[in-house]
Design a protein around this ligand. Sequence first.
Ligand code: SF4
Length: 451
Amino acid sequence: MPHGKTFYLETFGCQMNVHDSEKVVGTLTSLGYSRVDRPEEASLVLYNTCSVRDKAEQKVYQRLQQFKRGARGRRFAVLGCVAQQQGRRIFEKAPHVALVCGSASYSQLPVLVSRLESGDQRVTGLEPANGEAFETSFTRRDNPHRAYVTIIEGCDKSCAYCIVPFTRGKERSRASGSILEEVRSLAGSGYTEVQLLGQNVNSYRDPSGECADFAALLASVALISGLRRVRFATSHPRDFSRSIVDVIDAHPVLCDHVHLPVQSGSTAVLERMRRLYTRDDYLRRIEWLKGARRSIALTSDVIVGFPGETEKDFEQTLSLLEEVRFDSLFSFKYSPRPNTSALELDGRVPQEEAGRRLTLLQEKQRAIQIQRNSGLVGTLHEVMVEGFNRPTGQWIGRTSQNRVLNFLAPPGSGSLAGRYVEVRVTRAGPNSLAGESVEQARICSNGLGGS
Ligand code: SF4
């Protein structure tokens, strides 16, 4: 049976959702709730949902099904994109749910939760996702070293497969003064890394007019003292300007990594997807990035089996992978979503065929990653230490290029979490690197270390 004011929160989906959950955690904590690790122990169980792919949406209903019986004394809440998209229909599918709340309404959570506490059976927060919802006053950041900062909400593009403009509403940029003030205060309280977030950060336009565009904002953030790393996500190729590469060149504090989702290597498919750029446009941006002064890691997203994708189109995606040689890639089968224009397209690719293409694509990308990572053996990298893996005895670090680099450090180094350490790569796998801290290497070469 649940005890007192306790909550369990599970988050699905993107970094925007992860950051939204930090707002939810902060709000609930300020209301006197404490977080527990298992839903069985909680009086309030919340799922912050993602509806980008059907699979993610189904997962939430599966979770709710597990509690269909035996939910006595426990209240359930569905937050995020599925809440915004399905609204009150969630109550029909899962009658034991008591609260349905979209991301635009998180500032209303104190009121909504108090209505739950006073016994309301069905509570909703479903304003259209167009209001200002950048931060609540309670945001409780999970990670003490890296902080997410929302700079833009919503999206004005209309990619044929994407539900985000429907669930998160029109684009709203946050005033640069408020962003810079928040980043300064984060740096002042010990954060050394910030990640600027938005569905499409490249279309940022400062409503106060202080910063002309995203490149100008990035340059201002880079000057804030105390920061060692600044990242940003996600970029849209159409709005990715050359000036962003110039700013990265000028400010080493900006990380050597850009995630630029391509989705397909075929111009015909990109057109059907309404992505607003061609294969050549995309490759031009890659050229800018490869021409940068530092080596910038490139990562991307690909959808295979989009309606109308022919074998030839798919081969163009494979050839784009060869040409760009991404450092990492998120790849998925096309998943039809409600309220998207792709539903009206003909030329459905059978699931089996989409699966075959996905396997081929992932095999090719894996081979590319093995080659790229192997080329790093012997090189030195500064990593930010994210934690310790007890079973392997290795510290978990992340390079500026966003690669995971697990490493050994001399025993007795104390906790390295949050520190920056020089590490030499000794081994490479497809998804991560292994190495030893420079200090560890020195001890070993002096014959002072263990095995
Ligand atoms: S740019 Fe396209 S894929 Fe990205 S959030 Fe907007 S509509 Fe969705």
